[in-house]
Ligand binder design. Structure first.
Ligand SMILES: *Cc1c(COP(=O)(O)O)cnc(C)c1O
Length: 231
């Protein structure tokens, strides 16, 4: 299947999931995760109408963004080192992977320097997996309260990388837990914090994530095919 066909099919599946959940498909953004993929494939996706792209390495955003169209919205979805914030902040509409106050502080410093307001999500490690980044569900609220004092950024919601599972249904409780966490945090009415974005669901489970309230789904393999890390 071509990239354009995969995008069309993914969009159809997103719409069907929205229909099942009684949601408006306009509430859900398809983020094309283009890490490791060549520019030609990103261009194909762009030509098929795709505008939101996700990368997990600063270096790849810096290589790809200048040579592709300026109206692409780049999302940073991978672990971000503090010393790289300064390089990537001008290129990203949304940083999905904030999981410490120290990282938020650095984003704040760089945003204030540029007089911008950087939108961020708090990454939550919902299943408590050792191998994953993100704060625990218990630590999310205290971290967000601390970050809300920083004037150069705005917390827009939560992001989670659910466990790898064979059947997407297995991740439903994880998505439900993150949705509930965002509802709970929202009721705290913290200044400078909104909970309108929920970035959850990947190629294997994005339909389930949408049924449970995802507003951004991050689809890589489902659009661009398997990744080859050996190149
Ligand atoms: C790679 C990646 C994805 C996409 O994964 P697929 O299974 O290929 O859809 C989504 N989110 C994050 C954080 C990733 O690193």
């Amino acid at each position: 299947m071509s990239v354009a066909e995969s995008i069309r099919e993914t969009r159809e599946r997103i719409e069907a999931a929205c229909q099942r959940a009684g949601r408006d498909p306009k509430e859900v953004t398809l983020l094309a995760v283009s890490k490791t993929k060549p520019l030609s494939m990103l261009q194909e996706a762009y030509d098929a109408g795709q505008r939101d792209f996700g990368e997990n390495k600063v270096q790849e955003i810096l290589e790809k963004a200048p040579v592709l169209s300026e109206d692409i919205r780049w999302h940073m979805i991978g672990h971000l080192q503090r010393n790289k914030v300064r390089q990537v902040i001008d290129r990203t509409v949304l940083i999905h992977s904030v999981d410490s106050f120290r990282l938020a502080e650095e984003i704040n410093i760089q945003a204030l320097k540029r007089r911008i307001l950087q939108d961020i999500l708090i990454e939550v490690n919902a299943a408590g997996e050792e191998s994953k980044f993100g704060v625990s569900c218990e630590d999310a609220l205290p971290l967000i309260e601390q970050i809300s004092e920083l004037k150069g950024l705005k917390v827009r919601g939560l992001m989670t990388v659910a466990p790898y599972v064979v059947a997407s249904e297995e991740n439903r409780p994880v998505f439900r837990k993150i949705k509930q966490l965002s509802v709970d945090i929202n009721t705290e009415n913290i200044d400078n914090v909104s909970m309108d974005v929920l970035s959850m669901g990947m190629s294997g489970d994005y339909e389930t994530a949408i049924e449970e309230g995802a507003t951004i789904v991050r689809v890589g393999t489902g659009i661009f095919g398997e990744r080859n890390y050996s190149r």
